[in-house]
Design a binder for this molecule. Structure first.
Ligand SMILES: [Zn+2]
Length: 224
């Protein structure tokens, strides 16, 4: 099986579907993870840290996270944010990625409150219209929520997993993003702290009677 993950920023793939990526790899599936933006353009940098260094640092963090999730098939476009002004570039990027002929695509939810997330989701939906292009293998497109999760009613697909996958894969991959941890600092109520990510995954797991879970919005499906 071929799985394609398309995320806006390096770290969205881990937050949104890090456990799925690990589970697919463990099952022997081919997983390609693509990230559109550099993930740093919108941030304020300290005087001693140049934007070039910051971009490289974020890319290194992404590569380290992918190693933990078992992914070597990586596509890093590194577009400068904001993405919402660059829909044509993102759409062509998505179109090229679909040559991978995936069985399933994971991306953002079109209702996400972040403009870049929303635009990537919309680009994927446009480029995966079943009637417009002949897809040999594509069966489903899923939207993943990035915490904080605002609209849980759309999340009707849940996949459960155990503590090892949570701790040694998803949380361990998330911990590679040290620049993000620094931004969160000691704000214990931030939605992306390790404890809050665990709590959220516990709740999703409980929906299907599993220790942990990741939840998705079904965006498109073909049953044949
Ligand atoms: Zn993001």
């Amino acid at each position: 099986m071929r799985i394609l993950v398309i995320a806006s920023h390096p770290d969205d793939e881990t937050l949104g579907c890090g456990a799925q990526i690990a589970l697919h790899r463990d099952a022997g599936d081919d997983v390609r993870v693509a990230v559109v933006a550099d993930g740093v353009s919108g941030y304020k940098w300290s005087r001693e840290q140049s934007i070039v260094k910051a971009r490289q640092r974020r890319k290194d963090e992404f590569m380290a996270a992918m190693e933990i999730l078992g992914v070597s098939d990586i596509v890093y476009l590194g577009l400068v944010e904001p993405l919402f002004l660059k829909q044509q570039a993102v759409k062509s990027f998505v179109r090229e990625l679909l040559a991978f002929d995936p069985h399933a695509v994971y991306t953002h939810m079109p209702t996400d409150r972040d403009d870049d997330h929303k635009m990537v989701a919309q680009s994927v939906l446009i480029e995966t219209r079943f009637w417009a292009r002949p897809f040999a293998s594509l069966e489903a497109v899923y939207g993943f929520p990035i915490p904080p999760v605002n609209d849980t009613s759309r999340l009707t697909v849940v996949r459960g997993f155990h503590v090892e996958t949570m701790e040694r894969r998803k949380i361990a991959a998330w911990n590679c993003y040290v620049s993000e941890q620094e931004r969160i600092g000691d704000r214990v109520h931030h939605p992306r702290t390790g404890p809050n990510l665990r709590s959220q995954a516990h709740v999703w797991g409980s929906w299907i009677g599993q220790p942990y879970g990741e939840a998705f919005e079904p965006l498109a499906a073909r049953v044949s």
